[in-house]
Design a protein around this ligand. Structure first.
Ligand code: BV8
Length: 251
């Protein structure tokens, strides 16, 4: 079987707009566990789809808060890998031609230098209130979650509102701007690189189908089979840190 890499490299060079959709596997080589193996130790007996929900947080705020705090610490200790760096360098060398859309809640794309990253599922490093701040109903400015009283989770000293992670939980709507931007990028790209995602979580996992429907070529980069392999023009069996530099950086 011939090596598909030269052909995909040619697609990258010839592409007008490149849209990159990344998932947890993008950060695996930075030492950040993927979502499915993010549950280790204390959390090993939980289903991430249970913990990453409002109901999960309300049922045990301290457990879920500690899970996110532990993930935050892990990301802070991690560094962008060669895959993140390759994307950032290509984007900088080809202004206006690459949109990075991520499902990840880490900040590794941004720390690698990628700009205007569309974060579909929020960020580990943003806090929010669990319930609307009562001040809003009085037409006043909401309290700032960053000024909450320390705790696991922190809480508002004025009304007891709990601080929650500023991520999108299962069953919650994705933030409009990143999702709209991602859908536009998927519609207008001529090439979509789908890196490090199992393609199981929607609506993010629907983006490659949008790109395909609008005439783009779709390339999956993953060491293992995914739900999106069937619609890919090419599947590159390998890791983000191995393949993205080979694909994007001139030798
Ligand atoms: C919503 C933040 C509606 C939190 C996450 C159809 C349409 C719309 C919704 C649905 C639908 N069908 C079902 C739903 C509901 C649900 C859903 O998709 N469920 C799934 C389980 C079926 N979707 C939702 O609930 C979404 N909300 O639709 O709301 C709505 C509308 C209006 C009003 C109210 C409600 C919200 C989904 C977002 C959930 N939040 N993250 C947190 O992080 O804690 S999702 C989370 O899981 C991640 O962000 C990521 O998106 C997902 C995990 O997927 P992956 O990133 O792919 O990671 P995974 O571990 O699965 O795979 C890793 C991959 O990497 C593997 O393939 C592996 O082989 C590969 N890999 C490993 N190493 C490497 C590698 N690849 C490359 N290099 C390596 N080195």
């Amino acid at each position: 079987m011939t090596d598909p890499l030269p052909e995909v490299r040619a697609w990258v060079e010839a592409a007008g707009q490149v849209c990159v959709l990344t998932g947890a596997g993008m950060s695996a080589e930075s030492g950040v566990p993927t979502f499915r193996d993010a549950l280790s130790g204390l959390w090993a007996r939980y289903d991430p789809q249970e913990l990453a929900t409002e109901a999960g947080f309300r049922s045990d705020p301290q457990l879920v808060w500690d899970w996110y705090a532990s993930r935050r610490e892990g990301v802070r200790a991690a560094e962008p890998n060669a895959g993140h760096m390759a994307l950032a360098r290509w984007q900088a060398a080809h202004p206006g031609r690459m949109t990075v859309v991520t499902q990840n809640v880490d900040d590794l794309h941004q720390r690698a230098g990628s700009t205007e990253v569309l974060c579909l599922h929020g960020s580990l490093f943003v806090d929010a209130w669990l319930d609307p701040c009562p001040r809003l109903a009085r037409g006043e400015l909401a309290c700032d979650p960053r000024r909450a009283a320390p705790g696991r989770p922190p809480r508002c000293e004025a009304c007891g509102n709990l601080v929650r992670p500023g991520v999108v939980w299962f069953g919650e709507a994705l933030p409009w701007n990143p999702l709209d931007g991602a859908q536009r990028a998927a519609r207008h790209c001529t090439l979509m690189l789908v890196v490090g995602t199992s393609g199981m979580v929607y609506p993010a996992a629907g983006l490659p189908g949008v790109a395909k429907h609008c005439g783009a070529r779709v390339v999956v980069i993953n060491p293992h089979p995914t739900e999106l392999d069937g619609l890919a023009d090419v599947v590159l069996r390998g890791t983000a840190a191995q393949l993205l530099p080979q694909l994007l950086l001139t030798p």
